[in-house]
Design a protein around this ligand. Structure first.
Ligand code: GTP
Ligand code: SPV
Ligand code: MN
Length: 609
């Protein structure tokens, strides 16, 4: 088949008009020549296109339309059982030098990876439509925004990108102006022979999630799920953007963004980095239980941070939607999310009720008497397997959250940065870093128990520095150095304070000591009071702890012994943490910034070792 035979059916007017789009058109043609789709569709991003594609996917059995009266304009997708989460073992950073990817990334030499992928992608879109999806991360034309183009043979990915990013023709104007754009190629890797019937969730057991940091390119093959397939998200807005940030003096982070408003009306802006499935979406939509306080949402997963001319650190949410964990999201934990999901939502791998609505563990206290599980099998509360996959998700526009800030598309100046993770032991409910370098040390040494957001053993403790382990596009030690450098660009008086939090410490009975969710507002209150200087702090070996009387626990039925345990700092355990940190740093050799080694010896001294 010659390329001329490929039916470019729906080339947007803008594409043919704009001189500035010749390069884009050439690239699309090149990818089509390699992957051989049946047709090419330029995604304009209109409601009409979205509705038509949704209809088509329903007709093809790829989406199930939910009951219009219960969940208007919403759909359920069921993935292949082998394609349910990010595949970190198949995620590659292909920098020219191995040392630039660092010991925490899978590295592959770029030229040979390109050769390998040329073979893998050859004809991979046969029998399918290749969609060309131009997208902007951050408001279209915004000062901190960046654009890209994803080509994909997954209609589900197109609809999801339409929610998660600003996708469509208006982005072509930015590209035509000559602005740099990131190239992202995605194929589910399931070509269709003539007359071959399609499946509900095409995918390929062999997967590749490949980033080329030097040329800012992404190639993803074999998966249709989440971060593997929505390349604007983890591949671009974190892995590639972290490299852009390193080169341009800013930071791309796995962080939520919120505005906390005190009873006096003072506004505080917080960013928080927690590893995958460790509570970002929940904190982003928090409803404070303490009177007079409120929280507005800016973002739930990714933030781009840049020092401003005023010496403050400014942040935007580059995304336009939430790709949130469904299980555990319910009226008692995250009522805001439940309210956000009233309609216009794509659900993936959750249960389907006989009424045509969705259900997952934790949505309601009582499970429906029977439903269809995420794999399409009959399910009752007596079943041995969950109704929803632990990494089942909802995809919904950010603007639909009742908690969304009116100015959520604007940049905000940060007052505090929080680092967290799941730690059953050792890490207190909250501790304040002594200064920026100490805060970077805390971020660099975070470890957290693994979750269902990626393949592997749930619960295993692993280092997840800055919650960026799977997402940093370059050497992690260089990234720590970059954090220190960015701190140096800030006015020390105006730099955000840095805090470590842990909602997941467990008591002897194995249960969580802290009630979490809305009650986390008590910790936010303490941080806000520290920032305004109205509470004191208790110095400890690992940082500044709350004076017990100054942490607002009013109305909480929390035994004093539990509070004590939540803040217990055991020197022997912390010395062991310090030993492990030393071993961890050794992985990076002399790339570890001196300032962090000094922090480690300072910690040891304070622990009395
Ligand atoms: P990603 O989207 O994977 O990056 O996850 P996330 O960091 O946004 O995590 P999310 O807020 O979706 O929470 C993941 C799981 O942790 C859910 O099952 C929540 O119910 C649970 N969780 C969130 N906050 C808390 C908390 O304060 N306490 C407890 N015990 N669980 C929490
Ligand atoms: C995460 O794993 O951190 C997510 C989900 O936010 S995914 O988009 O699949 O990466
Ligand atoms: Mn995430």
């Amino acid at each position: 088949m010659s390329i001329a035979e490929i039916n470019i059916s729906n080339v947007d007017e803008a594409v043919t008009e704009h001189e500035g789009l010749a390069e884009l058109r050439g690239w699309v043609r090149e990818i089509a020549e390699l992957t051989r789709p049946e047709r090419i569709v330029w995604w304009g991003g209109t409601l009409a296109e979205t509705e038509a594609l949704s209809e088509q996917l329903v007709a093809e059995g790829k989406l199930i339309r939910l009951n219009q009266d219960l969940r208007p304009n919403s759909y359920l997708a069921r993935s292949a059982p082998s394609d349910v989460a990010r595949v970190e073992s198949r995620t590659f950073i292909c920098s020219e030098n191995e040392a630039d990817a660092g010991p925490t990334n899978n590295w592959h030499e770029p030229a040979s990876m390109r050769r390998e992928l040329d073979g893998v992608f050859a004809g991979s879109m046969r029998g399918r439509t290749m969609y060309v999806v131009p997208f902007s991360m951050g408001a279209v034309g915004g000062p901190l925004s960046h654009v890209g183009v994803q080509v994909t043979d997954s209609g589900y990915a197109v609809l999801s990108m339409g929610i998660m990013t600003r996708a469509g023709s208006e982005v072509l104007d930015i590209i035509a102006r000559g602005e740099h754009w990131v190239r992202a190629v995605h194929s589910v890797g399931a070509p269709l022979a003539a007359g071959e019937a399609d499946v509900a969730w095409p995918s390929n057991d062999k997967k590749y999630i490949v980033q080329y940091p030097e040329t800012r390119e992404i190639w993803s093959f074999g998966s249709g799920y989440g971060g593997n397939a929505l390349l604007a998200k983890k591949s671009f807005a974190l892995r590639i953007a972290s490299v852009l940030g390193r080169d341009e003096g800013w930071l791309a982070e796995h962080m939520l963004l919120i505005r906390l408003i005190s009873p006096e009306g003072r506004k505080f802006h917080f960013a928080a980095a927690f590893p995958s499935a460790c509570g970002k979406t929940n904190l982003a939509m928090l409803r404070p239980t303490i009177p007079g306080w409120s929280v507005e949402t800016f973002g739930d997963d990714i933030a781009w941070l840049r020092p401003g001319p005023d010496g403050r650190l400014w942040a935007i949410n580059p995304e336009a939607g939430f790709f949130g964990v469904a299980p555990g999201t319910g009226a008692s934990t995250n009522a805001t999310a439940v309210d956000t999901l009233w309609g216009n939502t794509i659900f993936t791998n959750v249960g389907l009720t006989p009424e045509g609505d969705v259900w997952w563990e934790g949505l309601t206290d009582e499970a429906p008497a029977h439903l269809t599980d995420w794999q399409g099998n009959p399910w009752t509360p007596d079943s041995d397997t969950p109704a929803a996959h632990p990494n089942s998700r909802f995809t919904v526009s950010a603007a639909q959250a009742p908690s969304i800030a009116e100015d959520w598309e604007q940049a905000i100046p940060l007052d505090a940065i929080l680092f967290g993770g799941r730690r059953a032991t050792n890490v207190p409910l909250v501790v304040e870093a002594r200064d920026w370098a100490h805060g970077v040390f805390i971020g660099a040494t975070v470890s957290s128990e693994k979750t269902a957001a990626a393949e592997g053993t749930v619960g295993e403790l692993r280092r997840d520095p800055f919650a960026m382990l799977p997402f940093c596009g370059y050497n992690m030690a260089d990234y720590w150095g970059h954090w220190l450098r960015v701190g140096g660009l800030l006015d020390a008086e105006k730099a955000p304070g840095i805090y470590q939090v842990n909602w997941f410490r467990k008591g002897e009975d194995g249960g969580f000591l802290w009630p979490g969710f809305g009650e986390n507002s008590r910790v936010l209150e303490w941080i806000a009071r520290r920032i305004e200087g109205s509470v004191s702090g208790l110095p400890s070996a690992i940082g500044t702890l709350p004076v017990p009387a100054e942490l607002n626990l009013a109305g909480l039925d929390l035994p004093a012994a539990d509070v004590e345990q939540l803040f217990d700092i055991n020197p022997a355990s912390w010395n062991r943490e310090a030993d492990l940190t030393e071993e961890y740093f050794a992985l990076f050799g002399d790339r570890v910034p001196d300032a962090l080694r000094e922090e480690l010896s300072g910690l040891r001294e304070r622990l009395g070792n």
